[in-house]
Design a protein around this ligand. Structure first.
Ligand SMILES: [Cu+2]
Length: 268
């Protein structure tokens, strides 16, 4: 998003903020919809599968061929502190960079309000992970949409999958694999990489949910794939070209828990 747009947007906010408290323009019981767009980037650049060349904090070059992750259990909070919990059955989404149709999450029947805070799980919660396969349909269907995002050998979802190539990879074909999952285990405790993330609206902006089609707020979220390898822990590709169910995955999960931010919100 261009700086000029952000500047213009900020100016609009400043000029419109004076009538912010001029009385409610919605009734109790009103509901509307809200879109949350997950826009995958690498640092300041849009993520470009296969063709984008990136360098991590360890000075290692890499490309990204796959970038997929689960978002679930959304909670929205208004500026007044009222929380709306998206019904659990409607609260599972699989964002796949290669499939543009998955980049936007549509939430319907959301109580009217000015939403400023968005909380979600990156991955699939343990309750759902451990529920019968008949209750894991749609994006959670291991034989369907979730194919490739499920470990049959360990019965759990891959929360985030990043694959690509790197000249410093130690795999035979220079590929890199970062598959992070682990919900804590069924019977005995295992690695728990479930991350809960809260992101807040910038510039005193909010997503104004109103009745029907009066407005259709869109929360434009950036997810920085570069943070997978560079957050609180720097992951060296040469040292970890392939990560699956291992201690290093905990570092990666902590890294990507901080990759989300709201760049801006549209209310049109
Ligand atoms: Cu936008």
């Amino acid at each position: 998003m261009k700086l000029s747009f952000i500047a213009a947007f900020a100016a609009i906010l400043i000029f419109s903020s004076c009538d912010k408290d001029s009385g409610s323009d919605f009734q109790p019981g009103d509901t509307g919809s809200i879109t949350i767009e997950f826009d995958n980037v690498v640092g300041p650049n849009d993520l470009e599968l296969n063709t984008g060349n990136y360098t991590n904090g360890s000075g290692e070059q890499f490309t990204i061929s796959t970038f997929d992750y689960f978002i679930s259990n959304l909670k929205l909070k208004t500026s007044g502190g009222t929380e709306y919990v998206v019904p659990k059955d409607e609260s599972y989404f699989l964002i796949k960079e290669e499939d543009e149709a998955t980049h936007e999450i549509e939430l319907e029947n959301v109580p009217a309000g000015d939403y400023v805070s968005f909380t979600f799980t990156v991955g699939v919660d343990s309750l759902k992970s451990a529920s019968p396969v008949s209750e894991r349909t749609g994006v959670l269907d291991p034989a369907g949409d979730a194919a490739g995002m499920y470990w049959t050998w360990n019965s759990g979802y891959i929360f985030l999958k990043m694959e690509g190539t790197s000249p410093v990879s130690t795999t035979t074909d220079k590929k890199i694999f970062y598959h992070v999952g682990g919900f804590g285990g069924y019977d005995s405790p295992t690695l728990n990489n479930i991350k809960t993330v809260t992101i807040n609206a910038p510039f005193e902006s909010s997503a104004k949910v109103r009745k029907g089609a009066e407005t259709h707020p869109q929360v434009h979220v950036f997810a920085d794939a570069g943070k997978v390898l560079d957050g609180t822990t720097h992951i060296s590709i040469a040292e970890n070209s392939m990560v699956h169910f291992s201690d290093v995955s905990a570092d990666i999960a902590n890294n990507y828990a901080n990759m989300f931010s709201i760049d801006h919100i549209h209310n049109d």
